[in-house]
Design a protein around this ligand. Sequence first.
Ligand code: ADE
Length: 229
Amino acid sequence: MRIDVVSIFPTIFDALEVSLLGKARQSGLLDVHVHDLRAFTHDRHRTVDDTPYGGGAGMVMKPEPWGEALDAVTRDAVARPVIVFPSPAGERFTQATARELSVAPHLVFGCGRYEGIDERVFDYAAELGDVRLLSLGDYVLNGGEVAVMAMVEAIGRLIPGVVGNPESLVEESHEDGLLEYPSFTKPALWREREVPPVLLSGNHGAVAAWRREQQLVRTRERRPDLLPD
Ligand code: ADE
């Protein structure tokens, strides 16, 4: 999968060099290119924002650098890319979204800052690819960078070969619509706390039933919104 990220803080994405995703980049499973939006400006101050038409607080990102950046990252595209703009005003990014995007050959992420990006940029981007405005949740970050880091990790780990044991992807929170069951390892007794005896029983059916029950209990307690009425 090819990933292009456009941001005014490209060094934030240095963190993608480490851990699982770093290995995936080294092995060629993930081909990540990070671009500085200011490289697509032409004035001495490398200006990327301006005051909003109609007045109001804050600054809006100018369309021209975005237009040039999107042209550049989609110019040699082998397939029609999906162009993601993280935004608190977007649709919710979920595990299902991550699964859907994990099969796309080319993802472009545009990180907004300030009060947002000139709205015409989204309209123009739709000529170059399939545009998705995606929100991590109902809170506001200072910009799209941290959201893109989260999305790239959630999507990247679903690409076959990125996570060593694919079975570990199956029994995770949100994969079957429920939260994950609790996990324990040795020792069986630690600071007067026991591992649930069923897990030591060797009875696979009983273990599976207990885990399912724990998933339901947890989901009911912590995330009742995930359960059907
Ligand atoms: N940018 C700012 N806040 C955001 C959020 N909650 N999700 C995605 N992108 C954002």
